[in-house]
Design a protein around this ligand. Structure first.
Ligand code: AHM
Ligand code: MG
Length: 335
């Protein structure tokens, strides 16, 4: 049972029994992520002060400019996980291919893989808008003792053992699930400790916020256009409020607290949408379902999609259960 004001360290120890027979590896893994998050947080916070903002001069696999802090965060998370020999492999938005970690003894003994977006929404950094880190954790499917393979990463979201995000906002929070509800911890920067500030987070079943880049309206499928019009109609608790930061971690975090739906649909310009299944949508789908919400591609459950590519994109509808169901209804009935 979560106790308010508990530190994350205490919480992890107390909840180890969620994993009967566990070796403590998953706890150590989450401990490493919280450590790396503190270091990245420190760097993100001083972004306006030092000459660290701006394009790094390289382009990632999706053809997007990498920002310096993307690279910093990517390196920091990879370095922390590699040095501590906790995972056998890492896949990141910023790396074309996955990384094999053999361990200092070269015996490939670790059983978890991590997939991550080290700094989501990074195009917002130079305008001082909140960004975040997203992570997803699986047990490998290939035998321990052998090098990790692509199939260890290409698992459906319903096989995740843990997922979470860090939001570098007005305060910095780490929110995660291991399949036993969702808990949020706020960093006390003076002490460097994370405190349980949001125990057992739940999406309100119904909400009044819709979050979508409406500038793309003309390119959206008819079902999405119809749902947007529904959100804007005057009836009952509608029209809803439109809120779109353009930083998914912040948009979904707000909607989870206040009630709402986040959508990044496909469009005539992007046939699969923009967001990546493995390290953006699946972790949020796991968190959302654990918080009583729903995550879908407009027609089917996100976590049941069998991935074929590391950087695969997927349309994403995520949030309060009844709102996502309504959006799906419009998608199914669109002419
Ligand atoms: P990124 O991983 O390159 O930062 O892109 C993902 C971000 C999400 O955080 C956000 O929801 C979306 O891109 C915004 O995209 P758009 O500007 O097309 O609305
Ligand atoms: Mg991203």
């Amino acid at each position: 049972m979560p106790k308010p004001n508990q530190t994350l360290g205490e919480f992890i120890i107390e909840n180890q029994s969620d994993f009967p027979g566990s070796s403590g590896e998953l706890s150590r893994l989450i401990n490493s992520l919280r450590l790396a998050a503190k270091v990245v947080n420190h760097e993100v916070n001083k972004a306006g002060l030092v000459d660290i903002i701006g394009a790094y001069g390289e382009t990632n696999i999706q053809g997007e400019d990498q920002q310096k802090l993307d690279v910093y965060a990517n390196n920091k998370f990879i370095q922390t996980l590699t040095n501590r020999e906790i995972v056998c492999g890492i896949a990141s938005e910023e790396n074309d291919d996955f990384i094999q970690i053999e361990g200092h003894k070269g015996d490939h003994q670790n059983k978890y893989v991590v997939l991550m977006d080290p700094l989501d929404g990074s195009s917002n950094i130079d305008v001082n808008v909140s960004v975040g880190t997203i992570f997803s954790i699986y047990q490998r499917v290939t035998p321990v003792g052998t090098p990790v393979q692509k199939e260890d990463f290409l698992q459906p979201g319903n096989k995740q053992v843990a997922a979470g995000y860090i939001i570098y906002g007005t305060s910095t929070m780490l929110v995660y699930t291991t399949g036993h509800g969702v808990n949020g911890f706020t960093l006390n920067p003076a002490l460097g400790s994370w405190y349980l500030s949001h125990p057992d987070m739940k999406f309100p079943e119904e909400g009044q916020i819709y979050s979508i880049n409406e500038g793309n309206y003309i390119h959206f499928p008819q079902g999405v256009k119809d749902y947007i019009k529904y959100c804007q109609q005057e009836e009952g608790d509608r029209p809803y409020t439109s809120r779109y930061i353009g930083s998914m971690v912040s948009d979904i975090h707000r909607n989870m607290i206040k009630g709402g739906i986040f959508m990044y649909p496909k469009s005539s310009k992007a046939s699969e949408g923009k967001l990546r299944l493995l390290y953006e949508c699946n972790p949020f789908a796991f968190i959302t379902e654990q918080a009583g919400g729903k995550a879908s591609d407009g027609f089917q459950r996100i976590m049941d999609i069998n991935p074929t590519e590391l950087h695969q994109r997927v349309p994403f509808f995520c949030g309060s259960k009844k709102m996502v169901e309504k959006a799906e209804e419009f998608m199914a009935n669109a002419k």
